[in-house]
Design a protein around this ligand. Structure first.
Ligand code: G
Ligand code: G
Ligand code: MN
Ligand code: NA
Length: 254
């Protein structure tokens, strides 16, 4: 079978699952949200990671129905956790460029909000720097429509692509996510320390929240705290895990 057939069958058979990775408020060390990360659970072969099928789904258009499922499922799960008395958690959801630029995105988002009854301020859409930087004028317009619906927007993998600081100001963004590659060598690489410090200061001056990704070690967290970084995400706290495991992890921590 072609990969296209396999992916659409996987969707029909319910083989996609969302894993969740906590976002931690650095000052209080409390969990404040989670990133939804897609996995394909093949019956015999275990989990397929998104890097192995999302690029193909983007090429053949299946990212639209798959992305719809991700939106619906992440919002349904978040609303369910609210109803089940978990602390108020913001869910961040990755959007590919095809989804972001689809003319019906705003309608689909409005539909998911209506279907799940979720408070829009509990949803943050993650867009990579490179997605935003292609056709910046259109991006600015699309971001403002998302903002009008009451959703939050994060710029993901910040610093890895080809960005201009002026767009941090021009785009309607809430959050800047510092890419893992700048976090991994903190305390070994003074250059990375300088870059991370500058990113945090710049983002704060522009009124953005800052999340550091790929936090694996205590010294990295200490450095980020000393620079006033708002949130951390990474293996130091938890790997991305299945929904039931995430819920248990949150309850054990509270
Ligand atoms: O942990 P991980 O291997 O899950 O994530 C790898 C990459 O796949 C990340 O860069 C992430 O942005 C992307 N990704 C994960 N889940 C989704 C999703 O639901 N939609 C899209 N478009 N990308 C995703
Ligand atoms: O969407 P984005 O590219 O930001 O996805 C985050 C990616 O980083 C996922 O593939 C996720 O599994 C991975 N990740 C999450 N925490 C850590 C970590 O502490 N270290 C490393 N190396 N990767 C991480
Ligand atoms: Mn992401
Ligand atoms: Na990232």
């Amino acid at each position: 079978f072609s990969i296209e057939t396999k992916l659409s069958k996987a969707l029909e058979r319910g083989e996609f699952v969302l894993f969740y990775q906590p976002r931690i408020d650095i000052a209080s060390l409390r969990v404040v949200g989670m990133e939804a990360l897609l996995r394909w659970q093949q019956p015999d072969e275990g989990f397929v990671m998104p890097g192995e099928f999302i690029p193909m789904a983007e090429e053949n258009g299946l990212i639209l129905p798959i992305g719809d499922w991700v939106l619906q499922e992440a919002c349904r799960q978040t609303a369910a956790w609210h109803a089940a008395d978990l602390p108020p958690l913001v869910v961040s959801i990755n959007l590919s460029t095809v989804q972001f630029r689809h003319r019906l995105l705003a309608d689909r988002l409005a539909q998911v909000l209506a279907d799940t009854g979720i408070d829009p301020s509990l949803i943050e859409l993650e867009l990579t720097e490179s997605v935003l930087m292609e056709d910046t004028k259109l991006s600015a317009f699309l971001l403002s429509r998302i903002k009008d619906l009451g959703l939050k927007v994060a710029i993901d993998d910040f610093g890895t692509g080809y960005s201009s600081f002026s767009y941090l100001k021009r785009f309607a963004l809430n959050t800047l996510k510092i890419d893992t590659s700048f976090v991994s060598d903190l305390n070994k690489d003074p250059g990375d320390e300088a870059i991370v410090s500058a990113m945090i200061a710049l983002a704060h001056q522009l009124g953005l929240q800052v999340v550091a990704e790929g936090v694996e070690e205590t010294h990295q967290l200490d450095f980020l705290r000393s620079r006033g970084c708002d949130e951390a995400q990474g293996y130091l706290f938890s790997r991305p895990v299945a929904a039931a495991d995430f819920e248990q992890w949150v309850r054990d921590r509270e």
